[in-house]
Design a protein around this ligand. Structure first.
Ligand SMILES: *Cc1c(COP(=O)(O)O)cnc(C)c1O
Length: 357
């Protein structure tokens, strides 16, 4: 049976990425060695790294003055590296979910923190509006897509201070105006590559403004100077990332990808809104994520949740269990998830409704 992979992360990757990585694990471009067995300073790996950086810049149209880094440690290490490098006195955070809360908590080690707004009062089911970013903050931190709660800031906001964004789960899902950001970072395992590599897009001119001493490996300038080769980077995951970037380019880039993602999300939200058994946890269309689509059963059908979970599994629909803090279901519709998988989920929802009502 065909499997439909709605896992939240690590998650579905393009077949192109999986197959090319499998080949390169056995033999990299006919050199007789695995991509896992060569030096990160070899000319072969340097070509892989350089091409990945070049494609990253091309697809996101990254302006001059920015660097792209591929490091280890996950998005979670960035929760601490960002304030280490940028927080001198005070930083402002928008608290829109569990990851945003973790980023906020970590930054407290480094200075005064201001929670500009939070959506915790309604279990993070919306994006706060009308908040004021203090002009004296060293930076303002946002999480553009809240993977667990299914909300997303789909437009690039204006900020009077350097804007820092965790884009772990919506990078490459849409075009981004990188010039509005000082730093964009994320773990690759949602929309780009297997776990292990973290991407950081960083504007060089924002660095060097804090007075504290920064350990060498946690200083962004170290990695800029060494082109992500200060120490051994996650070579295999970078190879896979390159494959996904090539796949994105072949598909027509981020405008094309965004169109497909919007269509997939529309089809699924339409069915959630129509189906008598289900309801979306995020009600405002503007705030609804096109990557992670969260829904629960209407109160009178709550007891059917487990049954639907098993019904979905019997149809090859995998990974749709909601996070424990939301419950119900979450369909992660990342770039690589085909429209056909969304259609299969919608069909299962319709069929289940017919069985029950
Ligand atoms: C998954 C996720 C993280 C955590 O990433 P790690 O690479 O596991 O540290 C952080 N932020 C967001 C938005 C995520 O979706």
């Amino acid at each position: 049976m065909k499997k439909h992979n709605f896992n939240p992360g690590p998650s579905i990757l393009p077949q192109f990425t999986v197959e090319n990585t499998a080949k390169a694990v056995l033999d990299l471009d006919g050199i007789g060695l695995s991509v896992m067995e060569i030096s990160h300073r070899s000319k072969e790996f340097e070509a892989i790294l350089n091409e990945a950086i070049a494609l990253f810049k091309e697809l996101l149209e990254i302006p001059q003055g920015y660097h792209v880094l591929f490091l280890g440690g996950g998005a979670s290490l960035q929760f601490c590296m960002v304030p280490y490098n940028m927080l001198e006195k005070k930083a402002a955070y928008l608290v829109t979910g569990e990851w945003a809360s973790k980023a906020f908590k970590e930054a407290k080690f480094f200075g005064e923190l201001l929670e500009v707004a939070s959506s915790k009062d309604k279990n993070f089911s919306y994006i706060p509006k009308g908040f004021i970013i203090p002009a004296d903050a060293d930076y303002f931190h946002i999480t553009t897509n809240n993977t667990i709660y299914g909300t997303e800031m789909k437009k690039d906001i204006d900020s009077p201070v350097p804007l820092v964004a965790d884009m772990s789960s919506d990078i490459f899902s849409r075009p981004v105006d990188v010039s509005k950001y000082a730093i964009i970072y994320g773990g690759a395992q949602k929309n780009l590559a297997p776990a292990g590599v973290t991407f950081i897009i960083i504007k060089e001119s924002i660095l060097g403004k804090v007075t504290r001493a920064i350990p060498t490996i946690l200083d962004y300038r170290t990695h800029i100077k060494n082109g992500s080769l200060f120490n051994t980077p996650p070579c295999l995951a970078i190879y896979s990332a390159l494959q996904t970037l090539k796949w994105l380019k072949n598909l027509g880039g981020l405008n094309a990808m965004h169109k497909i993602n919007t269509e997939k999300a529309r089809i699924l939200y339409d069915e959630i809104d129509r189906n008598k058994l289900f309801k979306a946890t995020v009600t405002s269309e503007e705030d609804r994520s096109i990557m992670n689509i969260c829904f629960i059963m209407n109160d009178e059908y709550k007891q059917l949740e487990e049954e639907f979970q098993n019904f979905a599994k019997s149809k090859g629909l995998l990974g749709i269990k909601g996070h424990r803090s939301v419950g119900g279901f979450r369909a992660s519709c990342y770039n690589a998830l085909p429209l056909e998988s969304v259609q299969a989920l919608v069909n299962a929802m319709k069929e289940f409704e017919k069985m029950k009502i």
